[in-house]
Write a protein that binds this ligand. Structure first.
Ligand SMILES: *Cc1c(COP(=O)(O)O)cnc(C)c1O
Length: 229
């Protein structure tokens, strides 16, 4: 299967899942996760109409984004270190993986220096999984106000990476937790928090049923990643 065919199939599944949930397909944006794949794979997807791409390492973002069409939108979805913020910010349409108050403060400070507003999501560790980054649910409730007050960033919503389950239905409660948390933070703080970044290749349909607005899909589009080199 070519990247174009894979994209077509994934988009059809997104559209079906959205309609089943009583949502419109344009309520869900597909972020094609191009990590580990060369720029040529990005170009192939772009030629098939894909605009949003996700990278989890700043180094790869720096390698690919500047030589691709400026129409493409880059999403940083992986763990971000403070010392990489300055390079990542100008290239990132949205940073999905802000997982500490300290990082949020650093992003705001540097965005101020660069005279831009950073668009971010707060990453939540909904399953309290020690192996995953993200704010524990109780911590984000305490820290939200302080982060929302930072001057040079805009919190667009929440993101999560739940533990892998063979059966995607088992992840549904975690997606529902993220949605409910978003609803209650939005309510309490008078913020729209319109974005919910959740769902990957094998569980994006369940995520859409639970309200995902951004799905991060890699292997279903580009194929199985090879980390051996
Ligand atoms: C790699 C990655 C994805 C995509 O995973 P697939 O299973 O290939 O769709 C999504 N989100 C994050 C944070 C990732 O690191």
């Amino acid at each position: 299967m070519s990247i174009a065919e894979n994209l077509k199939r994934v988009r059809a599944h997104i559209s079906d899942a959205a309609h089943r949930a009583g949502r419109t397909e344009d309520a869900v944006r597909l972020v094609a996760v191009s990590k580990t794949w060369p720029e040529s794979a990005v170009q192939e997807a772009a030629a098939a109409g894909q605009l949003d791409f996700g990278e989890n390492r700043v180094q790869e973002l720096l390698e690919k984004a500047p030589s691709c069409s400026s129409k493409l939108l880059w999403h940083l979805i992986g763990h971000l270190q403070g010392n990489k913020v300055r390079k990542a910010l100008p290239l990132s349409a949205l940073i999905h993986s802000v997982a500490s108050q300290k990082l949020a403060e650093e992003i705001s400070r540097i965005a101020g220096e660069l005279e831009l507003t950073a668009r971010i999501l707060l990453q939540v560790n909904v399953a309290s999984d020690d192996a995953k980054f993200g704010f524990p649910v109780e911590e984000i409730r305490r820290k939200f106000e302080g982060i929302a007050r930072l001057p040079h960033l805009e919190i667009k919503g929440l993101m999560t990476v739940p533990p892998f389950e063979e059966n995607p239905e088992k992840v549904r409660p975690h997606f529902a937790t993220l949605r409910k948390l978003r609803d209650s933070l939005a309510n309490e703080h008078g913020q729209s928090l319109s974005e919910l970044s959740m769902g990957m290749s094998h569980d994006f349909e369940v995520a859409i049923a639970e309200g995902a607005t951004l799905v991060r899909v890699g292997s279903a589009i580009f194929g199985t990643r090879d980390y051996s080199h």
